[in-house]
Design a protein around this ligand. Structure first.
Ligand code: SF4
Length: 452
């Protein structure tokens, strides 16, 4: 289903859509307020962007450096060219440890690789331990936002869900009560898991360590109780030096939720005695994206979600309307790189207002890439109704006489054609808008009368 069709479904519940829009705008507003407290905010953005440019230009070098250092620190490093290989590597580690239940902290990469269903099909129970992720997991839904996975749900929805799954009091919507119930439920899962999986926010090439950022401390709880830690990392998450973290950590939390710092920024460098740390470095289309000169900048993304919170389309159409793991403006430039046909409507889900580019902490030119994708997709689609009508319009606009005659004909026709024709399925513009009243005279006639 295309983005417009899914967006229409979301908009069926007008009150919920309004609430979704306002809630995300509230987060965007918090980001604005806190970023203004940092006088060097723009310099930080510029610096982050330059560091990421350097990473993309030297990715091969930094990855090899990271592998050498991490291996020397006692971490087992694995390479996965795609999602399938990633999932097989994770499964083989679990099988070696005869592990049938794991806890996982938020990782967009594992969503991208569809790790949960893969492991479940192989007899492994997977428990997502981030509260929002656990909520959507109970519902068999994917996250609808990369930072706020359950942002599409209201307190009432969660109260009903927890009553059914965790036997909480019916009708109790108190967030503290519901969170406490989730905590008790998750604690049991933490205590029973031999293996914990996390994502990675930053891999530091010079030291071989990696950093995981969470607000709930769930990644730390999982890995400290488990014997084995598997960290899944997209290859673009490398940064050259530890001191670069000072730039990214300041930008990340402020851009994501308007907080000065994420609650837990945990560094993992080497396994404790008797324990194991594995890191799986995943490509899954990233080197293909790196080879696309116009789109490689999209790999600079640090997954803060700010472009979603500000996007007027995302706020009014919801994360699921994108049908991709990463929704919103950044998803609309990353996803066509994975499957241009499947995600062909996403670059058009934008007003091209440029707000995404303005808030992006690593200065990705998102709206320009959306526009570039539109051109690529339009070219690839070849001739269609829109391209034919544009060619006809071009011919008419290029010849003054044809323009004049067509104008006369259309003004006459619009007055007499029934609505069933002027508002037919061909006129998608007219779905939510009325055609303007037909003018009595042309602009040219008006001009002659009034300006000569
Ligand atoms: S593209 Fe920029 S604003 Fe959007 S999620 Fe990535 S880093 Fe954040």
């Amino acid at each position: 289903m295309s983005h417009p069709a899914k967006a229409s479904e979301f908009l069926q519940d007008a009150a919920k859509a309004k609430w979704h829009d306002e809630t995300l705008w509230f987060v965007r507003d918090k980001r604005d307020t806190i970023s203004k407290t940092i006088p060097e905010w723009e310099k930080l953005r510029e610096l982050a962007s330059q560091i990421k440019d350097n990473v993309l230009a030297n990715l091969d070098k930094y990855l090899v450096q990271f592998e050498e250092k991490a291996t020397a620190n006692g971490i087992k490093v694995h390479w996965a060219k795609d999602a399938e290989e990633h999932n097989q590597i994770v499964l083989s580690i679990l099988q070696r440890h005869q592990c049938k239940a794991i806890v996982k902290s938020k990782s967009i990469l594992t969503e991208e690789c569809h790790l949960n269903p893969f492991l479940e099909n192989n007899g492994v129970e997977v428990v997502d331990t981030d509260l929002g992720e656990r909520i959507v997991q109970f519902l068999n839904q994917p996250p609808s936002h990369i930072v706020l996975p359950a942002i599409h749900l209201k307190k009432r929805d969660i109260s009903e869900l927890f009553h059914e799954k965790l036997h909480t009091e019916k009708g109790n919507e108190d967030p503290a009560y519901l969170t406490h119930a989730a905590r008790l439920h998750l604690r049991e899962k933490f205590l029973g898991a031999k293996v914990a999986i996390t994502g990675v926010n930053f891999g530091v090439a010079e030291t071989g360590e990696f950093v995981v950022c969470t607000n709930e401390g769930n990644a730390d709880m999982g890995v400290h109780l488990a014997d084995v830690h598997i960290a899944c990392m997209g290859i673009e998450k490398i940064i050259p030096r530890r001191k670069d973290l000072g730039v990214f950590l300041r930008l990340l939390a402020r851009s994501a939720t308007g907080q000065p710092i994420t609650n837990y920024n945990s560094h993992f460098r080497s396994p404790a005695a008797g324990k194991e740390i594995h890191i799986v470095l995943v490509d899954n289309g990233r080197t293909d994206q790196l080879a696309r000169e116009k789109f490689k900048n999209s790999l600079k993304c640090i997954r803060c979600g700010a472009c979603m919170n500000t996007c007027p389309i995302y706020r009014r159409s919801g994360g699921y309307s994108y049908g991709s793991v990463v929704p919103g403006p950044i998803g609309s430039i990353l996803s066509p790189g994975l499957d241009v046909k499947k995600y062909s409507t996403l670059p058009f889900a934008s007003t091209l207002c440029g707000s995404c580019t303005d808030v992006c902490p690593v200065k990705i030119n998102i709206h320009e890439q959306l526009y570039e994708w539109r051109q690529e997709i339009t070219k690839a689609q070849g001739t269609n109704a829109k391209s034919i009508s544009m060619k006809i319009a071009n011919g008419i606009f290029a010849v003054p006489f044809a323009y004049k005659v067509t104008g006369v004909m259309m003004r006459g026709a619009l007055k007499i054609l029934p609505d069933s024709i002027t508002y037919s399925g061909l006129n998608t513009w007219g779905k939510q808008r009325d055609l303007p009243e037909t003018p009595k005279e042309t602009f040219k006639d008006w001009y002659k009368k009034n300006r000569t």
